[in-house]
Design a protein around this ligand. Structure first.
Ligand code: ATP
Ligand code: MG
Length: 427
């Protein structure tokens, strides 16, 4: 016998037990995006390696060590996308979507990063991302935050997540701040861990983002970027905060929030939770006004965010949500003596008559006992029994699997009426 082949570490199967929660999450997100007037865009999963190097930044974690890069048969260097923004910008430029127009776009799908797999951190993971092009904000920055706040409410997660915001300023302000920060950090070099010493030259702002508790003190005392913002970014940030205050969105200004990708400037934000251990960021984003030009397009302001779907699914596990509508209403149980075509005929008739009905028909025969076991496992509220007597009389017996109610035998048109009502009462 052959040895079992296992999936790649950090790339998970999502099993039927878990998919209702995924579907609930995804459908809630998609509907919300439509209600805000955002349009879906779909990009390839593989892009030229150059795209990510040029956009994300050569000395970021992603490009330095996390990309799945390979040579295809033509000798071109290709990469499985580690995030969606670069591809979205590429697609928008290539297809002329940015020419004299604004765009409110979203995308979904798998991303790939060669990270150390652990809870909330995988090598293939799902993101839903949103990108807005052609608007300078800060009203649109606020809209993105408001729409995510509404999403948490609709998912029942409002109490589980908190908003952190910061401004990274203009690239000039950031460069000047970077020099100050490096001077300060060099004065405190003994307090830095190895990783941070390495970053001192390549990406010093990321040191602020260090999770090493031994460095908390030196980071807390570091000069703050928010105190060295350029005038335009200062005004932008103040206006954003004023909008959030007005509409009653709570936030915390986190001067150490720098984000791991090079293309961000001005507004950055993260939604974080303390219920998932170390991997607590469920949604992260910010403004990237320079990226379109950097990738060859005309200068175009842009802002966006991406949500980590695995982390949100894990968070949904912590709250009570009803997932009944991802299970069948009814499971059709068929006596051994009843012909398959009759059972199929009844099932199809019920599906035609009751549009909202989710009906699973038992296939493959077997005893009533084993069929009822399956009916129970399916999560259905009702068992519809076609026994030999029912088949002869043109009736069906309804049994209630989840509540203490008397079973009843109804004629087929009565059953249609009953199910029409029942699917309204128990959507
Ligand atoms: P982190 O600091 O957790 O590494 P990041 O800054 O690398 O996050 P982004 O590139 O901003 O993350 O991605 C947006 C969101 O996607 C994250 O907030 C997180 O929810 C999710 N995410 C990122 N990397 C992973 C991963 N390896 N596995 C699962 N989810 C991820
Ligand atoms: Mg990361």
């Amino acid at each position: 016998m052959g040895k079992n082949i296992q999936a790649i570490r950090g790339m998970n199967d999502i099993l039927p037990d878990e998919t209702p929660r995924w579907q609930f999450l995804e459908e809630t997100i998609y509907q919300l995006l439509a209600r805000y007037g955002y349009s879906e865009i779909r990009m390839p999963i593989v892009e030229k390696t150059e795209l990510f190097k040029r956009s994300i930044g050569a000395v970021t974690d992603i490009v330095e060590k996390e990309m799945y890069t390979f040579e295809d048969r033509n000798g071109d260097s290709l990469t499985l996308r580690p995030e969606g923004t670069a591809g979205c910008v590429r697609a928008a430029i290539q297809n002329g979507l940015l020419h004299n127009q604004t765009q409110k776009l979203w995308y979904k799908g798998p991303m790939f990063r060669h990270e150390r797999p652990q809870k909330g951190r995988y090598r293939q993971f799902q993101q839903v991302g949103v990108e807005v092009f052609g608007l300078t904000g800060p009203d649109v920055d606020a809209e993105l935050i408001l729409m995510t706040a509404r999403l948490w409410k609709e998912l029942g997660l409002a109490d589980a997540v908190k908003l952190q915001v910061n401004s990274l300023g203009s690239s000039e302000a950031r460069a000047a701040y970077r020099e100050r920060l490096v001077v300060y950090l060099e004065q405190n070099i003994n307090a830095l861990d190895e990783d941070s010493r390495r970053r001192l030259e390549s990406n010093p702002l990321r040191i602020l983002d260090s999770k090493n508790p031994d460095m908390a003190e030196v980071i807390a005392a570091a000069p703050k970027l928010t105190e060295h913002l350029d005038e335009e970014s200062r005004i932008h940030f103040d206006e954003l905060l004023a909008i959030l205050d007005q509409v009653g969105i709570e936030y915390e200004i986190n001067p150490c929030l720098v984000r791991g990708l090079d293309y961000y400037g001005k507004t950055v934000f993260e939604w974080v939770t303390d219920r998932l251990g170390a991997q607590g960021t469920v949604c992260a984003g910010g403004r990237f006004d320079g990226l379109v030009e950097q990738l060859g397009g005309k200068p175009t302001p842009a802002v966006g965010y991406a949500m980590g779907i695995e982390r949100l699914v894990a968070l949904l596990d912590e709250v009570e949500v009803s997932l009944d509508r991802y299970r069948p209403h009814a499971y059709l149980v068929v006596a051994a003596g009843v012909e398959a075509r009759m059972a199929l005929g009844i099932s199809e008739r019920l599906r035609s008559a009751v549009g909202a009905l989710r009906l699973e028909m038992h296939c493959g025969g077997g005893s009533f006992k084993s069929q009822f076991k399956k009916a129970d496992k399916s999560g259905a509220r009702l068992a519809l029994v076609v026994g030999e007597e029912e088949a002869a009389n043109g009736t069906i017996t309804v049994k209630f699997l989840r509540e203490d109610a008397e079973q009843k035998t109804l004629a087929l048109d009565e059953i249609e009426e009953f199910l029409s009502k029942d699917t309204v009462e128990h959507p």
